[in-house]
Design a protein around this ligand. Structure first.
Ligand code: NAD
Length: 498
């Protein structure tokens, strides 16, 4: 049985906990590996390795750290198929979808390659007689990342390139459900020339997370996962005096105005609702058509397409979506649909019974389309995180905006319309962090930053891009007086430079 181990100080190690967890191929339902589960001992060892590497790494010129990212970019590009296959083998997403994940990760590496420009400081000459001030941003020290299963490569790479390009050293605690991608990421960095100890990988679950949150020498924690855990990580990490950014779950709405191009909107909903089996924090899970006529026409377009979704393993090039991550996830998703049906939603297309010939034990779900969902239903309030699209009919645009603004989540949203007035009002008034106008999945490119509002994100900073430079560094301001010959005499009032 393939065993996935920790990587601490550049060395593979099984750690000392003796605990392991099964890793599955979701397409076949067979166990493909076991992952070792670390705890406090392994986190302590990883932090020691990261601390030992910090001084040299943080004093390496930023341009040289950037050049390592250029090398990494070349290596990742050359091995993109292998990275995608590693993702799909444990996650189940289609090969093309996994390649898209790699492309998005590469964008962050590109941004991190230019880190020298982003770390450039500010300088003010003569803020007082012979006095100059310069402001710079310095690395924090050892920082950690805790990541979810749904982007086993991209989400760690939202964090690691930015954190280490800024001069920090890193401890990654990846998802225990698809852990192989994390070890492959380490190999890629190693091949690019990253010194031992700068990046460490400790596998595990709650025990490893708690050890990260409580460790006094971890300065900052980036978390991406579900909202209850994000809130827990934020609260416990902040209580331990750390800087924490914790990105959580989502319920993303798409408004379809009566003037929208309905074919374009239906295309967008198919991809954004069912791509990656709906296991994306930016998936559209609620379509909000305005008016009965728009709703009837939209459902008529969607229903046959949802029923005809091509579902298959990642090795099937024609597949549009793969299985869900585990048998438990499938059970939970089916439970959400059952509850919605009981509460009065109309099941227009039912994916609960899907069986795939040759893959009878895989974790398959068909696409499900629910109509006449209302805002009081559990199926609307909770994040389903599966291939389920709800249609919630709104009487008018104002009602749709109020609905979205009242939802506890605020990660992504979109409006499909030809009306510039409505689009402009929407982008201004909507209480959501990432907004699309005729763009269903508005994930910002790496030169911007990613982050939701409300209970989709805890902490002040977005992830990657310029916000990451601020998150992974702290400000130092140095005030200098030269020449030393200028005498101001003893000053007992609060000093003003001018
Ligand atoms: P999860 O919250 O179950 O797990 C995330 C991480 O937390 C994992 O590393 C896991 O080991 C750890 N963890 C799990 N339970 C824990 C506990 N009780 N105590 C401490 N740590 C624990 O999330 P998931 O199922 O892996 O990922 C899916 C979720 O992530 C969805 O809610 C999705 O919306 C969210 N997500 C959000 C974003 C975003 O950017 N906002 C991006 C991707 C995924």
């Amino acid at each position: 049985m393939n065993r996935i181990e920790h990587i601490i100080g550049g060395q593979m190690t099984a750690g000392s906990s003796g605990k392991t967890q099964a890793v599955y191929n979701p397409a076949t339902g067979e166990q493909s590996a076991e992952v070792v589960l670390g705890g406090q001992t392994e986190i302590n060892a990883a932090v020691e390795a990261a601390k030992a590497a910090f001084e040299n790494w943080s004093s390496t010129p930023p341009a040289r750290r950037g050049r390592l990212m250029i090398a990494l970019h070349g290596i990742m590009n050359a091995r993109r198929d292998e990275i995608a296959q590693t993702i799909s083998a444990e996650h189940g997403k289609t090969h093309d979808d996994a390649l898209g994940e790699v492309t998005r990760a590469l964008e962050v590496v590109e941004f991190a390659a230019g880190i020298a420009a982003h770390l450039q400081g500010d300088f003010s000459r003569e803020v007082g007689p012979g006095i100059d001030t310069c402001a710079e941003r310095q690395a924090l020290g050892v920082v950690a990342g805790i990541t979810p299963f749904n982007f086993p490569s991209m989400v760690p790479l939202w964090m690691i390139p930015m954190a280490i390009a800024c001069g920090n050293t890193f401890v990654l605690k990846p998802s225990e459900r698809d852990p192989s991608s994390a070890n492959l990421i380490f190999d890629l960095f190693k091949e690019a020339g990253l010194p031992d100890g700068v990046l460490n990988v400790v596998h595990g679950g709650k025990g490893a997370v708690d050890a990260v949150l409580d460790h006094p020498d971890i300065q900052a924690v980036s978390f991406v996962g579900s909202t209850p855990i994000a809130e827990y990580v934020y609260t416990r990490g902040c209580a331990a005096g750390k800087r924490v950014q914790a990105l959580g779950g989502a319920k993303n709405h798409m408004i379809i105005m009566p003037d929208a191009d309905l074919d374009q909107a239906a295309d967008a909903l198919m991809g954004a609702g069912f791509g990656s089996a709906g296991e994306r924090c930016m998936a559209i899970s609620v379509a909000v058509p305005i008016g009965e006529e728009t709703a009837d026409a939209l459902v008529a377009k969607l229903a046959p397409r949802v029923a005809a979704l091509k579902i298959g393993p990642s090795t099937d090039e024609t597949a549009e979506m793969g299985p869900v991550i585990t048998a438990e996830a499938r059970k939970r998703i089916k439970g959400c649909i059952d509850a919605g049906e009981k509460e009065g939603a109309k099941v227009v297309v039912d994916g609960r019974g899907l069986k795939l010939q040759g893959y009878e034990n895989g974790f398959w779900m068909g696409g499900t389309l629910l109509d006449h969902v209302t805002k009081d239903m559990s199926v609307y309030k909770t994040e389903i995180f599966g291939p389920v699209l709800s249609v919630l009919r709104a009487d008018n645009y104002g009602q749709a905006v109020d609905l979205i603004n009242a939802h506890e989540y605020g990660n992504g949203t979109a409006i499909f319309t030809r009306d510039g007035d409505a689009a402009r009002d929407f982008t201004n008034r909507i209480k959501v962090g990432m907004v699309g106008v005729n763009v269903p999945i508005p994930v910002p490119v790496a030169t911007h930053s990613f982050g939701g509002w409300k209970r989709s994100s805890f902490g002040a900073h977005g992830i990657y891009g310029p916000e990451a430079v601020h998150f992974y560094t702290r400000l130092k301001t140095v005030t200098t007086r030269w020449p030393t010959g200028i005498r101001a005499g003893a000053q007992f009032t609060f000093p003003s430079m001018g």
